[in-house]
Each structure stands twice: as structure tokens, then as C-alpha cells.
Design a protein around this ligand. Sequence first.
Ligand SMILES: *[C@@H]1O[C@H](CO)[C@@H](O)[C@H](O)[C@H]1NC(C)=O
Ligand SMILES: *[C@@H]1O[C@H](CO)[C@@H](O)[C@H](O)[C@H]1NC(C)=O
Ligand SMILES: *[C@@H]1O[C@H](CO)[C@@H](O)[C@H](O)[C@H]1NC(C)=O
Length: 247
Amino acid sequence: MKSLIILFSLILLHVSGQSLKCPDGYTMVLNKCLQAYPALTRGNHSAAEETCRQDGGTLASIRSVIENRATSVFASNNNLDKFWIGTFCFGNDTSKCVYDDNSGSVSDYNSFAAGMPLVTGIIDGCVYMLATGPQAGRWVSSKCKTDEAVGSVCELPAFVDNPGYLQRSGCSYFDGYCYIRRSGPVSTMASTCSQIKGFPLSIRSKRENDFIYGLNSNFNDILLGATRIAYDENKSISKYAWMDGAG
Ligand SMILES: *[C@@H]1O[C@H](CO)[C@@H](O)[C@H](O)[C@H]1NC(C)=O
Ligand SMILES: *[C@@H]1O[C@H](CO)[C@@H](O)[C@H](O)[C@H]1NC(C)=O
Ligand SMILES: *[C@@H]1O[C@H](CO)[C@@H](O)[C@H](O)[C@H]1NC(C)=O
């Protein structure tokens, strides 16, 4: 049993009617916060993901023609010719191309260039967008490590610019929630959280997981707000439920 456990809790913020703000270095583009990072001489998709994750964000995910155009213009204004986006292809059909946050395939909206995606192996399903030239705004599948120079555009959700909430010390924002870190043993988790009107942490998307990972860079353990509801002794498998009742 470890003596110190890192505990997060979160508090729901009411986003309606509040002005939104981006962290330093990020620019608000259509209610999302974007930052362009310069191209590595030899494109490296993992390094790009890691850069975004260190900011608590992800590579930009593009879900509409408006977002596609805005992101492409943003990148070109920041001197990028091409940049990684948060999409990966497992095959030659757009239904086999998925968003990094596991939110499904890009069948509803995508902007692949003619002949794309073209995936011949497991290491060439990464996707970048062209930001300049006649093909600006088009997506290209690529080797995840390439000899081409590829930049990246990271995205973070905007947070509510409300002085009242910002005064809460230690608040980090993601998707309209405030995350606060507390230390203590498991037995006091529920009461510690309820004292600040929060809930133990639950994680429901890869993006949120990346955000927590970014917050947690100095710590080893995070106590999650999940509790064991069933245990199969034959398979040694436990079933867990989130303590905030979300299933
Ligand atoms: C690509 O980036 C990853 C993650 O930062 C790093 O471990 C790897 O060495 C890089 N590969 C190349 C070829 O630069
Ligand atoms: C995609 O198409 C190329 C060229 O026709 C082919 O070599 C490759 O095997 C296809 N990829 C998949 C995953 O089917
Ligand atoms: C575990 O295995 C025993 C013996 O095969 C069986 O009686 C029992 O129902 C199993 N338990 C579960 C939870 O599947």
C-alpha cells in the first residue's frame, strides 16, 4: 500500500454565456485553441503527438469544411506547408480512418486528396494536411516517420474566462471542467472531493486521458474515481463503475 496517493477531482462549470479563453501560446480558432509547431526536417508523427500532449492537448481533429479551412489558413499563416492532424488510417477506405480520440471514423467529413488514403503498411496510416499550394486543405496519408518536413497543429478546448472560477487555485481546464489535484489516502477521496463540490476523476475519452497525462507529468499515480462492482475469480477480471454514476 502506497502512503501517498495523488487524487484529482473535477467540478462542472457552467459554460453558457461566459467568454472563452485560450492558454498562453494558443489562438482561438472557431472556439477551439490552436497552436502551430514548426516542421521537423524529418516528419515524426509520434514526436508531434508528444508535443501536443505536453500542452495537455492533441493533434487537431477536423470535423467540418469550415474547421478544415480555418485550420489550413491558420497553419499557412504560421508558415507551415503541411502538418499532422489527429487522424489515423488502417486502410484505403475513409471508413478505415479514425479520429485519434476514438470518436469514430472520418466518413462524415474528410478532405482527402485524390487517390488518398493509400495505406500499404501499419506505419503509413498517419495523416497530414497540406496548408499551401493548389491542394491546400487536402489530407494526405503518409508514413508516420517521413523524410518530408511536416509541422503540427495542436488543439486544446477553450476554457471559461470567469474570474470566480479562475480564483480557485490549481484549476486546470478541459472541456468546461475544472480539474483539481489533491493528495490523500483512498479512504478520504469521496469526502475530499465533496468538500470542494467535485467528483472523483473519471476518464471517458482518449483526449481527456491525454489531458490528464499532461497534467500528471510529475506524478506516478492517479487515483481514479472508479470502484470495483464485480470480480470474476476464475479469470481474475474486475468490473469497475465510475463513482459519479456515469456508467
Ligand atoms: C520520433 O519521436 C519519438 C517520440 O518523441 C522519438 O522517440 C523517436 O526517437 C523519434 N524518431 C525519429 C526518427 O526521430
Ligand atoms: C491500398 O491500396 C494499395 C494499392 O492498390 C495496396 O497495395 C494496399 O495493399 C492497399 N491497402 C490495404 C490496407 O488494403
Ligand atoms: C468459477 O468456476 C467455478 C468452477 O468451475 C464455477 O462453479 C463458478 O461459477 C465460476 N465463477 C464465475 C464467477 O464464473
